[in-house]
Design a protein around this ligand. Structure first.
Ligand code: SF4
Length: 224
């Protein structure tokens, strides 16, 4: 376990969006910037200032490093609100017990996307493991619209998060990149030009046609 590879928890979001996308990023180290990813990164960097803000019983921790031995993941929380609570846990940044509330920043307007919730849930599960606490909910904050979406961290979301973490590690271990499946998501995917999901279909169809033609020729050959 000591030499186990820890993967970035943000990649759970990639594998949830599209397993092939995660495979291309993970195993083939492909990355390309689209308008969406560039804008998202710029907005993200604005909130990533590695700081803590204190206001009475509330401490806001930004870009907080988290990890999970159970899921072999590590990464950062965009923001954690740590509020004084007698039933809370102890963290190095606070001299009193706190209740933890993770918030993940996203660019654009409010969108109910499973991959965002998975990433947030993974952060919360890391915090729970690190500080022996329970975090029943967190939030997504959409930067452009300044809107917060509360996300309950229920059992189904936690199971799905663990399952995707296992799938991500397996993909990494086997150096396996799944085949493309063209869908509406491809149009928004920054790897579209590298992935070429439609070419895969036509190439596969072309190979099938060649095999059928070859089989037809062999079947049609006169017996010697
Ligand atoms: S183009 Fe489509 S199939 Fe290819 S990685 Fe992106 S979402 Fe997945």
């Amino acid at each position: 376990m000591d030499d186990a590879e820890y993967l970035p928890l943000s990649w759970l979001s990639q594998i949830c969006y599209c397993p092939r996308r995660a495979g291309l990023l993970l195993n083939e180290r492909l990355w390309t910037e689209s308008r969406d990813t560039a804008k998202g990164r710029a907005e993200h960097e604005r909130v990533h200032t590695q700081r803590a803000e204190r206001r009475s019983d509330l401490i806001k921790l930004y870009e907080y490093t988290v990890f999970s031995d159970a899921m072999q993941l590590n990464g950062k929380c965009d923001c954690i609100e740590a509020t004084r609570s007698d039933r809370g846990c102890h963290i190095p940044a606070a001299e009193f017990p706190v209740r933890l509330y993770p918030i993940e920043y996203k660019h654009g307007t409010v969108r109910d996307e499973e991959e965002y919730k998975i990433q947030l849930c993974a952060q919360a599960m890391c915090l729970e493991e690190m500080f022996g606490t329970h975090i029943p909910e967190g939030a997504l904050f959409f930067i452009s619209s300044h809107r917060r979406m509360v996300v309950p961290l229920d059992d189904a979301l936690r199971d799905r998060t663990r399952q995707l973490a296992r799938q991500l590690h397996k993909m990494r271990q086997d150096l396996f990149t799944p085949a493309a499946e063209y869908s509406a998501k491809c149009r928004r995917c920054s790897l579209l030009d590298l992935c070429m999901p439609k070419v895969k279909d036509s190439a596969a169809a072309y190979c099938r046609q060649l095999r059928q033609e070859a089989a037809g020729v062999i079947e049609g050959e006169p017996a010697s």
